[in-house]
Design a protein around this ligand. Structure first.
Ligand SMILES: [Zn+2]
Length: 121
């Protein structure tokens, strides 16, 4: 439980860092000069602000996606239909319903332990 809570916090952190990075990327993208808060000098960004902005924004988007992917189901997880015994990856059956017999799928892991009668077919 503690581990999953930590993971959740890390996800939130990555999510906000991703948003901040995207915002920073947009800021760089849309500004030709970067003026410092202290002091009255500005850095000329004209030659590279578009490339740099897009690059930073891509990193932000990547972090954003990473944060969400962790929360989502494992798409590689395999499900099996208790009726026709067809094994399907979660990516193909996101509603966990067998496309052939409209039966609710079960996780393949531990399936034959739960249904020993289907073991030797
Ligand atoms: Zn089926």
């Amino acid at each position: 439980m503690i581990d999953s809570m930590k993971k959740k916090q890390v996800d939130t952190l990555i999510l906000f860092a991703g948003i901040a990075t995207m915002a920073f990327g947009y800021f760089v993208y849309s500004s030709t000069t970067f003026c410092h808060y202290f002091g009255s000098y500005c850095t000329e960004m004209e030659p590279f602000h578009v490339e740099a902005g897009i690059g930073i924004a891509i990193i932000g988007v990547f972090m954003f996606i990473m944060a969400f992917r962790k929360d989502q189901r494992d798409y590689a997880e395999v499900f099996i239909c208790p009726k026709c015994e067809t094994a399907l990856p979660f990516a193909e059956v996101p509603n966990e319903i067998c496309p052939k017999c409209q039966t609710e799928l079960e996780p393949l892991e531990g399936f034959y332990e739960r249904h020993p009668e289907l073991k030797d077919k």
